[in-house]
Design a protein around this ligand. Structure first.
Ligand code: CA
Length: 227
């Protein structure tokens, strides 16, 4: 009788323990799911047709940076996060990368964007090197000081033989690529970009563009769903 009671009581204990465990597991799942939601926001896929692409055109995952040549965080992102992305995913042709101009810093942002679009139109192969070279010119201190000028842009472009200096100068003067800059502006509005850089992985916008683990997780999830 006593033995029976004991068995019953330990059975009850086990049931309580299992229930508690189940509740804890469910709570953990809910918390983790919510965290996932905080890290990223679903938006729509960014239309990168006609935009500069780095990497394999047919890559299954598209990572888009909404950036601004005047933005210090964009320069930092390009130096800290982008090289890891290239090494881990772009070189292996899993990811292609595109860059959309954002004009949050006024006239200098517009000027840099017009120039970058001109370079892309006349010499797509030189675009990414020019893009990096222009970011390299961003001052490390006093970012708000004027530094994007036609003279600076032509100086940066002058090391690339495939860029026609006269054409670039004319494009800057006449704002010849403004239509392309306006296409980018429309994309910025559509994706509700509120900060630069904003990183979008196959239509999902990262809350923290510097959280490389979150970028990796999103890319891996997209690649896993690809088969
Ligand atoms: Ca563009």
């Amino acid at each position: 009788m006593n033995q029976k009671k004991k068995n019953k009581s330990s059975g009850m204990k086990l049931a309580v323990l299992l229930t508690t465990l189940a509740v804890l597991i469910i709570a953990a799942i809910v918390i983790l799911t919510n965290q996932q939601r905080i890290q990223s926001v679903e938006t729509t896929q960014v239309d990168v047709s006609g935009q500069p692409i780095f990497g394999e055109e047919e890559a299954p995952v598209t990572v888009v940076e909404f950036g601004d040549f005047k933005c210090p965080s964009c320069k930092a992102w390009g130096e800290m996060i982008y090289p890891q992305l290239v090494e881990d995913y772009i070189d292996s042709e899993d990811v292609k990368f595109s860059y959309i101009n954002v004009l949050f810093h006024g006239e200098e942002s517009v000027l840099a964007s017009i120039a970058a679009e001109s370079v892309y139109q006349q010499s797509p192969d030189a675009y990414w090197d020019f893009h990096k070279a222009l970011f390299d010119e961003q001052p490390t201190q006093n970012h708000d000081a004027l530094w994007v000028t036609p003279k600076k842009i032509l100086e940066v472009a002058s090391v690339f033989p495939s860029i026609d200096q006269g054409k670039l100068e004319g494009d800057i003067e006449q704002q010849a690529t403004m239509d392309q800059v306006e296409i980018d502006e429309a994309l910025v509005e559509e994706a509700e970009v509120a900060q630069t850089p904003t990183i979008v992985v196959n239509g999902t916008q990262l809350e923290d563009p510097f959280d490389y683990d979150a970028i990796k997780a999103l890319i891996d999830k997209e690649l896993a769903g690809e088969n």
